[in-house]
Design a protein around this ligand. Structure first.
Ligand SMILES: NC(=O)c1ccc[n+]([C@@H]2O[C@H](COP(=O)([O-])OP(=O)(O)OC[C@H]3O[C@@H](n4cnc5c(N)ncnc54)[C@H](OP(=O)(O)O)[C@@H]3O)[C@@H](O)[C@H]2O)c1
Length: 311
């Protein structure tokens, strides 16, 4: 399989990627759509004419964002729905309330490097939020995605996936010391594996799922991390070869490419960074995709395990 390349790159913005794309009549959901990259993803999709539902856990931030985006894009079809990915009842309520087809689902919300926190089920919070919540959301919306006839699901991962595979023997850190970056990395590998297995299962239903690293962007994501720690992490781990912050508009570009661009029509099960499919990671490098994140056997196993956990 040849690697997908596009004319876009690290400095491209979401607006540039969606320029000339008409999403009129398409319906999109952006999780975490009231902060950081999510706002810019929603803005680009709305500016191309899509109906965009911001799926958020902070209604006040959601309302502010929706008002801003309506004013900025002139698109009044910007809707709000409550969603807490770490709360199963909230995810079920969202999927139960969804009516009609869904053309674009961007699983963008995430939490990074949080201190050890467990959900009501005892699940480690980053895995529960970043992977299991989105897994339940996407599988719960499967009928709506299939009904769209050519839906796209975007799984926002991170170069931090290079920090850890999914450790199936102890996903929830019951028997190993908790490390916030390992837990984040594991959850972000799960985001890639989800794209691999969901595409295998759902391509026949017209649904394509891809994963991506957005780049390094200063947002609320870094709330659990001091500036010193952040700089240390950026020197020693994934991000980009030349550590340079992207703007949120640049950070949303790869999500928007995968959600809406005709350049990736029919593409699924792959991992992108800087608006192009990533090369395999090479030892010692901080870019590219880890082989374990694209491993079809691990992807199948994760799907089974996610079903078991959330059953
Ligand atoms: N920024 C970067 O450098 C970078 C790099 C690699 C990957 N990423 C990925 O990009 C995505 C977006 O991150 P960002 O930088 O835009 O961060 P952000 O500004 O912190 O946005 C993350 C969003 O996720 C939401 N969220 C967190 N936990 C949630 C939950 N349990 N239920 C529902 N929503 C929840 C947050 O809601 P609240 O506002 O209510 O907390 C927020 O809206 C994340 O998946 C992140 O892992 C970012």
């Amino acid at each position: 399989m040849s690697r997908i390349t596009t004319p876009f790159g690290a400095t491209s913005t979401a607006a540039e990627v969606v320029d000339g794309v008409d999403l009129t009549g398409r319906r999109a959901v952006v999780t975490g759509g009231a902060s950081g990259i999510g706002i810019e993803t929603a803005r680009a999709l709305a500016s191309a004419g899509a109906e965009v539902t911001l799926a958020v856990r902070d209604p006040a931030a959601g309302e502010r964002t929706a008002d801003d985006l309506i004013a900025a894009t002139g698109n009044k079809q910007i809707l709000l729905a409550p969603l807490d990915l770490a709360d199963r009842a909230s995810v079920e309520a969202f999927t139960a309330a969804w009516d009609g087809p869904l053309h674009i689902l961007v699983g963008n919300a995430g939490v990074m490097a949080a201190p050890l926190t467990r959900t009501a089920e005892g699940w480690e919070l980053q895995f529960a939020t970043n992977h299991l919540g989105h897994f339940r959301l996407a599988t719960g919306l499967h009928g709506a995605l299939a009904a769209a006839g050519g839906a796209r699901v975007v799984s926002v991962s991170s170069a931090a996936h290079l920090r850890s595979p999914v450790v199936f023997d102890d996903i929830m850190f019951q028997n190993r010391a908790y490390d916030p970056w390992t837990a984040y990395g594991q959850s972000k590998t799960a985001n890639v594996l989800f794209a691999v297995e969901a595409t295998r299962r759902w391509a026949g239903h017209g649904i394509r799922v891809n994963a991506l690293h957005p780049g390094g962007i200063r947002t609320n994501l870094q709330r659990h991390v001091t500036d010193e720690e952040l700089e240390r992490m950026r020197r020693t781990s994934g991000g980009s070869a030349t550590p340079r912050w992207k703007t949120p508009e640049q950070g949303a570009a790869t999500s928007v490419l995968l959600a809406a661009s005709p350049l990736v029509e029919g593409v699924g099960g792959r991992y992108f960074e800087d608006c192009n499919e990533a090369a395999p990671n090479r030892p010692g490098e901080r870019t590219g995709v880890a082989a374990y994140a694209l491993d079809p056997d691990a992807a199948r196993r994760l799907w089974r395990e996610s079903l078991r956990l959330t059953a």
